[in-house]
Ligand binder design. Structure first.
Ligand SMILES: [Zn+2]
Length: 460
């Protein structure tokens, strides 16, 4: 009998066919990452995948019965999908909750100006970033803008082959003596994170000649004027694709893996179980939300009551007499957000025996938070036991981790929001390196194991 707990690496347990499955899934995942660089694009792509697999808009359904597949899109930035189970909702639901917003640079409402013949756009960073990582890299521009007639125009520049790109020019080292004296948190002034957009002077303009060129080009291409920036949501994200990393192609590098790695697995798990004709006892729900990176505030975030509305719709349309609070009380959830993997060179911030090792399985984290467990959602031992049994029964490889050494920092997920409603919740997601950077790194084996874990949980 083995008494000691030791982590196992996934690769050494897989046969050739399973490794092929890992590669197929990884490529599909990278394709999703490359085409889903904003929360809106994630929702659009999720709707497409759901529609292809027989899910339909819940508002178009008058009643629901076991096996029915529905979704609700919340203001184009978050989405809830469900498959109705055989049991009444009073017996609870199995929920997997992830988020699709990622750190990035948003445009300010009035962004455009020119200085010394270069036109730039002012940005405001979104989420927790190390600002210097976003300087001097190619950036793509995505978003929506409304013109004065209220017509919606979509913008996507920088990610197709001969597209132009954008960048923020960092100061050259030769003249950075003063800049480099400041500490790393301060040496990039966020007010100076302006994206370069043009350099040609308009011949007819009397002043702001480069700005005029930019406005003319935007008007030609999109029919918009400067004021329309105020009715837009435009995001700058890294203009490069996700790729395998390492001579052994064992890892995946890409922008937005936090938390699209879990969101993609969440979506694929529910869709693939439907494809496999799995019949669910309990109703299962994929909830994919926005605004996690800025503290889950606003009407597309987990704290908004739109998810309550979705549960109300499920109750009403299935004809259940259950109270929503009872549904929550009897529901179980994996808070599907990325975890931190031990960094090979910065391992001093991790308590190794309580940390996640790249390639050793999906990370199961009893709690996050910081310091004395402040702001954490601390999963009950009973629920940890249940989830570990589900994983063991289904041969899902998982590892037990925490965020890092006490006092080195901290963080949270959407776990506490559902836990506050009475749901049993535990954090469970893919471990990544360089989280919140423009190029986050995951293990393709962990990525695949995340998908298997979510399938197992939905089936339980
Ligand atoms: Zn996250």
């Amino acid at each position: 009998m083995e008494l000691k707990y030791e982590k196992k690496d996934i690769y050494s347990t897989l046969n050739k066919k399973e490794i092929e499955q890992v590669d197929v899934y990884s490529k599909e995942y990278m394709k999703f990452l490359n085409s889903s660089k904003t929360e809106r694009l994630c929702v659009e792509n999720a709707v497409e995948i759901l529609n292809e697999n027989g899910f339909s808009d819940i508002s178009k359904k008058r009643s629901l019965k076991a096996g029915d597949k529905v979704y609700l899109v919340n203001k184009q930035k978050s989405i809830f999908a469900a498959v109705i189970g055989k049991k009444d909702l009073i017996y609870g639901t199995n929920i997997i909750g992830s988020h699709i917003d990622s750190p990035r640079l948003d445009l300010k409402p009035m962004p455009l100006y020119e200085n010394h013949d270069v036109a730039v756009l002012k940005t405001q960073y979104y989420g927790g970033i190390k600002k210097y990582q976003w300087m001097s890299i190619p950036l793509a521009m995505y978003g929506v803008v409304y013109n004065e007639k209220g017509e919606k125009i979509k913008i996507a520049i920088g990610d197709t082959n001969d597209d132009t790109t954008f960048t923020i020019a960092d100061l050259l080292p030769h003249l950075a003596k003063d800049q480099l004296k400041a500490n790393a948190n301060e040496f990039i002034d966020p007010e100076k994170m302006s994206v370069i957009i043009g350099n040609i002077k308009d011949k007819e303009a009397k002043d702001s000649k480069v700005k005029t060129t930019v406005l003319k080009l935007l008007n030609e291409k999109y029919g918009i004027k400067e004021i329309d920036f105020a009715r837009a949501e435009i995001e700058f994200v890294p203009a490069f694709d996700a790729k395998f990393v390492g001579i052994d192609r064992s890892m995946i590098g890409g922008y937005g893996q936090d938390d699209r790695v879990c969101s993609y697995a969440n979506l694929r798990a529910i869709v693939d179980l439907v494809k496999e004709n799995h019949t669910f006892d309990k109703t299962v729900i994929s909830l994919i939300v926005d605004k996690e990176e800025i503290g889950s505030t606003g009407n597309t975030s987990m704290t908004s009551q739109v998810f309550d509305m979705f549960i109300n719709m499920l109750l009403q349309k299935t004809g259940s007499k259950a109270d929503r609070l009872n549904v929550y009380y009897n529901s179980k959830m994996l808070s599907a957000d990325v975890a931190t993997a031990v960094d090979p060179v910065y391992d001093d911030v991790s308590d190794i025996q309580n940390s996640n090792i790249l390639g050793s399985g999906i990370a199961l984290e009893k709690y996050s938070g910081s310091g004395g467990k402040y702001s954490s959602s601390d999963a009950n031992a009973e629920f940890m036991s249940e989830v570990m049994k589900i994983f063991n029964d289904n041969k899902v490889m998982y590892q037990i981790g925490t965020l890092g050494k006490i006092g080195k920092g901290g963080g949270g997920t959407i776990a506490y929001i559902l836990a506050d409603k009475g749901v049993d919740v535990v954090d469970c997601g893919t471990a990544v390196l360089a989280m919140h950077s423009p190029y986050e790194v995951s293990s393709k084996f962990d990525v695949y194991m995340t998908y298997l874990a979510y399938k197992a949980f939905f089936k339980s």
